[in-house]
Design a protein. Structure first.
Length: 290
């Protein structure tokens, strides 16, 4: 008997990704204080290495609710400009609302697939960045060449990705449980996913293949610090679209059982009344030389 192998469908993957980020948008935005604590050090390092200054023009790809967008906007000041793009209109509305709330008028937003940023009609940017977004693009090369096309000569790219799965237990443990329960095969090389760029050599190679020079990769410890495993479970249930995408093939009771097992497994990261989920990020930078 021949068993049919499910072929990865990039268009279907994007549709599901858009829908699930639309659904998770409000929750992701509510968790902004945690995101700022968790991803703050890697974000600041990325912005430092991009060399942003007063008056710089910045393109933020897969901006989400835009906390890193605000950080960039504060660096470039009112004489600068930040364009935040995202596939999900639902989450991008929060980036605009947060900019308005902060009284920052030099942030603009545009709903756009990250693989299509090369088609933006604008003056060249001094910097382009993507925080935990590039990993979910089916065609990472197209996205990166598009980002490079938007830079002026000498402009810098900055990207943040998860490091290897074994350094990110807070996320890889749930992924492993769901993959087993849903009988999902391991992703093939080149397919999108949370750890698709976890190997520093692979990440650096993607940037070089897209034409960037002077590529540097730095590791940043980014433990997820919360009150309990239950709180981490709530964070992931509410705002991690990738997990829901993997769970989609299970029935509601099967999904509940999976979440129960995840919570039990996450308790391994509780110590002295606190939760410390292992996490390490990679910060990648490079230059458009010509």
């Amino acid at each position: 008997m021949t068993v049919a192998t499910k072929v990865f469908d990039p268009a279907a993957f994007k549709q599901t990704t858009r829908r699930q980020w639309d659904e998770a948008a409000d929750a992701w935005n509510r968790w902004t204080p945690l995101l700022d604590r968790w991803l703050g050090p890697s974000t600041e390092l990325m912005l430092d290495k991009m060399g942003l200054t007063e008056g710089s023009r910045v393109l933020d790809v897969a901006a989400g609710a835009g906390s890193q967008t605000l950080n960039a906007a504060k660096r470039v000041g009112p004489s600068g400009h930040v364009l935040a793009t995202d596939l999900s209109a639902g989450i991008l509305k929060h980036a605009k609302a947060n900019a308005d709330l902060a009284g920052i008028a030099h942030i603009k937003t545009q709903v756009l697939d990250g693989e299509d940023v090369g088609g933006i009609e604008a003056e060249p940017f001094d910097g382009v960045m993507s925080r935990v977004g590039l990993i979910y693009f089916p065609d990472q090369h197209k996205a990166l060449t598009g980002m490079r096309a938007q830079l002026r000569v000498g402009g810098r790219i900055g990207a943040i990705t998860y490091a290897e799965a074994d350094r990110n237990g807070f996320f890889s443990v749930p992924v492993g449980i769901i993959r087993r329960r849903a009988e999902l095969p391991a992703p093939l090389p080149g397919q999108p996913g949370p750890f698709s760029l976890g190997d520093p050599d692979v990440l650096a190679g993607r940037l070089r293949d897209a034409g960037f020079t002077g590529v540097e990769i730095e590791r940043v410890a980014a433990p997820v610090l919360l009150g309990s495993a239950q709180e981490c479970l709530q964070f992931e249930m509410e705002s991690f679209g990738a997990l829901h995408q993997m769970l989609a093939g299970l029935t509601a009771p099967e999904q509940d059982d999976a979440w129960d097992e995840i919570e039990e497994a996450l308790r391994a990261f509780e110590k002295d009344g606190r939760f410390e989920g292992p996490c390490e990020m990679l910060v990648a930078t490079g230059t458009k030389a010509a």
